[in-house]
Design a protein around this ligand. Structure first.
Ligand code: C2E
Ligand code: MG
Ligand code: MG
Length: 568
């Protein structure tokens, strides 16, 4: 946790700010005295004042202690209004009341914890308050890694929001979407060390930021090895490259062409296209000419448009592919690593397309395409049905099986027949909800949480287990997380990647394991490729592991071998 591993030492640490909302003066004084030594405190004496203070201190508040019974607005009403206000919904709340019956309602409204009056011992109160604040700060830490800590450039979501604003205020200005990629940047840190790589990155960021601002544009970092720029058309692309090049030349060790700088441009963007699509076109321009020299500028044009046509082709071929069963389900084992001996706990169903013209197409190529137009729903139903049939076959043939998880896309959650369909699929194959697990990505949850939470709650009341996939890539706040109905967290592969990169640093994973413990759910790590990763994850308390170390996704026939071993 922060206080143990971070550089915040308990003597010099920032004093967190707590809002105490209680209508009784005695209570306010009592709590104020209890907390005053350790925290800064502000007060509110009724519900609407509490909301006002939350807005006023929205960026500083670490916690609200909220009395339930107050004049003008009750604590539950405050919680409800707060949960609908994106500005303040992230602030954690501990509810204080003598009415124990209110607990469930408050937790449902997003409260993080519950303290019953009369107040418990001071140490107990302080411990619960500290715990809630720590968990809250940890989720902030996770989010702040989405922000670029070296370069201080906008993160992607801010960047996109700014673009929306620019377009709204200047609808007629012609704009370019530009991608700068510095190819093989990771090699730089391997050859010259992380410190130098950071220096290069910082230097490029600050030079480019100034230049782009002067051009009237904005910039953000893209993944490990690139920048995105949105700027008025007519600016000089060469100058951008030169600016980035100069920034590198200022650092003698790498000045010698170690970094291959390239620029992809989608000029005069079609503003009816989604923002991500515009940069995708700039990126496509680069991908189209992968072997080009440093300093090259690639512009999105007709030939690249053809690649987009390929995607269209995939869409056209979809119906036939379903009908002719060109989609094949592969299975990847998940191992429980908690016990003395690792054992096969379950599997994940992952689809592949054996295309008559293109051969094996990976889901990375077609899932995003089908997600963008809703076809994914039909594909998912196909995969669920096929998976259930396969489980049934294994049961009959081997007298044994393990649960298999299937991926559920966001659009699936909007189908009013979803639940009856799952029921039907199970019934047809004589399966129970124990045997088919559902994986839903964190980003699905955060995009439309109310609708998703409702559906997931219904599914879980039928007995389905729901795993939150790609956890850590969304923007869940702690109070959202505690309101989310889930049975396991699947750590996004990226966390394993970065924890075992250049330097070994598993702190982020530890934080997530801590959050999972708070939610009382197990953690599944994806993308585990080496023995070293496995042992480290075991050490820090990860429960289940999936990855090439145990096996790649394999055809049903091959997976049988894993089942037989498990049975033996
Ligand atoms: P996911 O659900 O997060 O699945 C895990 C992905 O990680 C799979 O990629 C798997 O092959 C890959 N993987 C597993 N272990 C390792 C490892 O050790 N190293 C590396 N580098 N990769 C590993 P895959 O099969 O290409 O699928 C990609 C994504 O496509 C999946 O991510 C999932 O979001 C989506 N997908 C696959 N099948 C379906 C499906 O039937 N329906 C839906 N909606 N999405 C699917
Ligand atoms: Mg998955
Ligand atoms: Mg995943």
């Amino acid at each position: 946790m922060n206080k143990d591993t971070g550089n915040i030492n308990s003597d010099t640490r920032r004093r967190e700010l707590i809002l105490i909302a209680d209508d009784e003066l005695i209570s306010r004084e009592l709590l104020g005295n209890m907390l005053g030594d350790e925290y800064n405190v502000v007060f509110a004496s009724n519900g609407s004042e509490a909301l006002e203070k939350m807005e006023q201190y929205k960026d500083e508040l670490s916690l609200v202690l909220l009395d339930l019974v107050m004049p003008n607005l009750s604590g539950t009403e405050v919680l409800k209004i707060k949960s609908e206000n994106p500005e303040i919904q992230h602030i954690p709340v501990i509810v204080m009341t003598s009415d124990e019956m209110a607990e469930v309602e408050c937790l449902n409204l997003g409260a993080s914890d519950f303290i019953t009056k009369p107040y418990p011992r001071l140490e107990v109160m302080l411990a619960r308050i500290r715990r809630t604040i720590e968990l809250y700060e940890d989720t902030l830490t996770i989010k702040s890694t989405e922000r670029d800590k070296f370069t201080e450039l906008y993160n992607r979501s801010y960047f996109n929001r700014y673009i929306g604003e620019m377009d709204r205020f200047n609808p007629d200005t012609r704009m370019d979407a530009v991608v700068i990629s510095f190819y093989k940047f990771h090699i730089l840190s391997e050859r010259f060390g992380q410190e130098l790589a950071d220096k290069v990155l910082k230097s490029m960021s600050s030079h480019l930021r100034d230049e782009v601002h002067a051009m009237g544009g904005i910039i953000c970092r893209k993944d490990l090895d690139g920048f995105l720029i949105y700027m008025p058309h007519g600016n000089d692309y060469e100058r951008l490259l030169k600016t980035a090049g100069d920034a590198i030349d200022g650092i003698p060790e790498v000045a010698d062409g170690h970094i291959r700088l390239r620029l992809g441009v989608y000029a005069c963007v079609d503003k009816s296209l989604a923002i991500d699509r515009r940069f995708e076109r700039a990126r496509l321009a680069l991908d189209w000419n992968p072997n080009n020299m440093t300093g090259s500028i690639e512009v999105y044009d007709a030939s690249i448009h053809e690649k987009e046509l390929f995607n269209e082709q995939l869409i056209d071929d979809f119906d036939a592919a379903i009908k002719e069963k060109q989609f094949i389900v592969y299975y990847q084992p998940k191992y429980n690593i908690k016990g003395e001996k690792d054992f096969l706990a379950s599997a994940e169903a992952l689809v592949r397309w054996i295309h008559p013209k293109y051969g094996m197409v990976s889901p990375g190529a077609f899932i995003p395409v089908f997600e963008s137009n809703g076809l994914i729903h039909r594909l998912d139903i196909y995969v669920w049905t096929e998976t259930a049939r396969q489980i049934k076959e294994w049961k009959e043939k081997l007298g044994f099986t393990v649960p298999v998880s299937v991926n559920v896309s966001r659009v699936d959650m909007y189908d009013p027949n979803l639940i009856s369909m799952f029921r039907e699929i199970l019934k047809e194959n004589g399966l129970t909800t124990e045997e088919l697990i559902l994986e839903i990505t964190e980003s699905s949850y955060t995009k439309d949480s109310n609708q998703i939470i409702e559906t997931v709650t219904d599914l879980r009341s039928l007995g389905f287990k729901v795993e939150m996939d790609d956890f850590g890539t969304g923007y869940s706040s702690l109070s959202m997380l505690s309101a989310m109905p889930i049975d396991a967290l699947k750590l996004d592969m990226q966390f394993v990647r970065s924890a075992f990169g250049e330097k070994r640093d598993t702190r982020m994973i530890e934080i997530i394991i801590d959050i999972a413990a708070y939610l009382s759910v197990p953690v599944i790590a994806e993308g585990v490729e080496t023995k070293e990763q496995l042992e480290a994850l075991r050490e820090i308390g990860c429960d289940v592991v999936q990855g090439y170390y145990f096996s790649k996704p394999i055809p049903a026939k091959d997976f049988e071998q894993f089942l037989k071993e498990r049975k033996a």
